[in-house]
Design a protein around this ligand. Sequence first.
Ligand code: FAD
Length: 478
Amino acid sequence: SPIVVWFRESLRLSDHPALHAAATSGAPVICCYVYDTESAALRPLGGASRWWLAQSLRALQDELDALGVKLVIRRGPSAKAISELAREASTSAVYWNDVAQTGPRAVAAEVEAALDAIGVKSRVFADDLLIDPAELRGKDGRGPRVFTPFWKRVLAQGDPPKPLPVPVRLSSPSGIASLTVDELALEPTSPDWAGGLRTTWRAGERAAQARLAKFLETTVRGYAADRDRPDIEATSRLSPHLRFGEISPRQIWHAARFAAEQQPAFARGIDKFLSELGWREFSRHLLFNNPDLATRNLQPSFDAFPWSQDAAALRAWQRGQTGYPIVDAGMRELWHTGSMHNRVRMVAASLLVKHLLIDWRLGEQWFWDTLVDADPGSNPASWQWVAGSGADAAPYFRVFNPVLQGEKFDSSGTYVRRWVPELARLPAALIHQPWAAKPLELAEAGVVLGRSYPAPVVDHRHGRERALAAYASLRTSD
Ligand code: FAD
């Protein structure tokens, strides 16, 4: 009798431990995805992630079609959907890859119990992480809090297992009812805000592999030096593919190591690139050990932080109307493409939390809704890192100066010109601080501050001092 492979966050056919085991067993295989908005333990996906998921499921369907297998799509709750499918198809077992997070594990435990009740076996396979987070939990039950020793530990473990191949042959029973991707209604209709996402991205395993290959062929050479520059494409842009498991960290690891052997000149870039993959891993370990990472300060002293309730400032930030060009460029890039360069994410997040004194959780939620790579680990971990409330966090008193950040990393102003066209005619020396331009310079560039482009929501020096004072109040109330 057939084995059901329950696809969760590994929407690919290669290096898929559960699929590989089912395929090599010789039994017929039913590939199934459950869109579960009903299990309370799961954080509902944001809008951009739902859009990505739809594209990713279609890509997975295409890959399976090529093997003559249909993707069976159902709606949650997962336990009900999977056990019904198991009964309908007289299945002997259900296989899936683990998602090492509290919510997804709770849902998987419900699935297992429901299957148990009807005499169907479950098999769970490790996936997604380079090292089992339970293994790194100390005696205090806390898990790693500092990145560098964490990453050394991962490296000391040596290479992860070699990636598994795509099954050569799959046989699948026919006649099993399935929803279509369209029926899941994951994509926006009116208004259809996904035009920029469609022109920017191609989801799916094939696209992920092509992106990795291209990155390792050329871009990685300059990665260590250029990864902070938002004006050029200097990074891999693999994050949404990783988020949905269209590619695995093991595949990236082995491909990168191979490239470093072939091209010793790339080794520095490749080490740096893998350590960034390490930050993803670290963030997921943090989430594993702190399931409420998106809602609770890792440092409890921040619970007393005097956040300001400034709805107008929050809206200006969300819309890319803060008057700080590098931040506005980033926020508009995010809205248009579902992504933002890492350096700009840091500067934009810092402006919200420090200059505007707005609770990092509101920023986290906005990113959660608008990023195609919105990740349950990396997003809250990065926000807490920027806010200073996290593990291994940037100290709160380090307040980014958005003008200097812009001048340093987008020195010719190319990135700002692309996303803030109303400033495009300003020279590089002024584009990161239009308010410093003389009236004639503004007139020549067609900029009317406060009309065609806003004045800064808050003066940098004032914002910085206010943030430091708020932080000091926290320390004295300890
Ligand atoms: P590359 O530089 O090519 O890095 C390779 C991979 O390493 C990335 O795809 C990503 O999986 C991982 N990675 C790189 N940097 C980080 C990092 N700082 N933390 C964790 N993983 C990293 N990343 C997400 O994947 N999802 C998020 O929701 C997310 N939210 C963020 C929020 C804030 C406030 C900040 C400052 C950063 C956030 N990041 C998040 C991290 C980082 O910005 C993105 O991973 C990166 O921009 C993705 O681009 P890339 O794939 O070209 O990265």
